[in-house]
Design a binder for this molecule. Structure first.
Ligand code: PGA
Length: 260
């Protein structure tokens, strides 16, 4: 199999310690029930920073992995309010979501800042999940592919020189108009953008293009997961709202097509 499917739960700013523990316990129990009979698939949850340490100590040897929702660029120092990649690693994270559209729209993250963070994530040994996606007005103007290309090209210089390290990169196509709105892109719209991104990978990173996973995110739920995840260039999902309900999240994991 070329790429191991990946399902990531982005909890956003939800979950006090107790509720986060309860949610992760349910997800973890579901994942361990599926071990052995589950199709080959990697599953990651990204709780808020404040719950990471507690959750990590509950995960033990579980197959479920942890990720951060953002990170600072620097390693340490006078950067009030920032959390570094090393700190995320210290809490057990292996992944980090970067350039989420909420970070871009609400916290002023530019393509350049996302690129710095991608470089830092590789430096700190984290697998970056880089989000790209167009706003509704951009789609209506027919600019979708240009927007995702611009966002992708911005991070290209931050990837490691060594082709062997590049497959740690994960891309997530998240049309902004589909996030948290209940509006999902059609499977054909998803496949068109994923295919385009795969083409960009082939053009710019020919050695690793087939190894980089491209996730779709935006109102994925149990009822629409199977048809989206079945698209040829879709390697998994980045799940927001539905990741806050263990049964829904596990149903989405179960919707990964059987590639074995
Ligand atoms: P959603 O969020 O599934 O609630 O649309 C996805 C995301 O923001 O990553």
């Amino acid at each position: 199999m070329l790429r191991c499917p990946l399902v990531v739960g982005n909890w956003k700013m939800n979950g006090l310690i107790e509720t986060a523990q309860d949610l992760v316990d349910r997800v973890q129990a579901g994942i361990s029930d599926r071990e052995g009979r589950q199709r080959m698939c990697e599953v990651v949850v990204c709780p808020p920073y404040t719950a990471l340490h507690t959750i990590n100590s509950r995960l033990g040897e579980s197959a479920l992995k942890l990720g951060g929702q953002n990170m600072g660029v620097e390693v340490e120092g006078a950067f009030t309010g920032e959390v570094s990649g090393i700190m995320l690693r210290n809490c057990g994270c292996r992944y980090v979501i970067l350039g989420h559209s909420e970070r871009r729209a609400l916290f002023g993250e530019t393509d350049e800042m996302v690129s710095w963070k991608v470089k830092s994530a590789f430096r700190d040994g984290l697998n970056p999940i880089v989000c790209v996606g167009e706003e509704l007005a951009e789609r209506e103007r027919g600019e979708t592919l240009q927007v995702v290309e611009r966002q992708f090209l911005a991070v290209l210089p931050s990837l490691p020189e060594s082709p062997a390290k590049r497959p740690a990169l994960v891309l997530a196509y998240e049309p902004v108009w589909a996030i948290g709105t209940g509006k999902t892109a059609t499977p054909a719209q998803v496949q068109e953008v994923h295919h385009y991104l795969r083409g960009l990978l082939k053009k710019h990173l020919p050695d690793t293009a087939d190894k980089v996973r491209i996730l779709y995110g935006g109102s994925i739920k149990p009822s629409n997961a199977a048809e989206i995840l079945a698209q040829e260039d879709v390697d998994g999902g980045l799940i927001g709202g539905a990741a806050l309900n263990a049964n829904d999240f596990l149903d989405i994991v179960d919707a990964i097509p059987d590639l074995t």
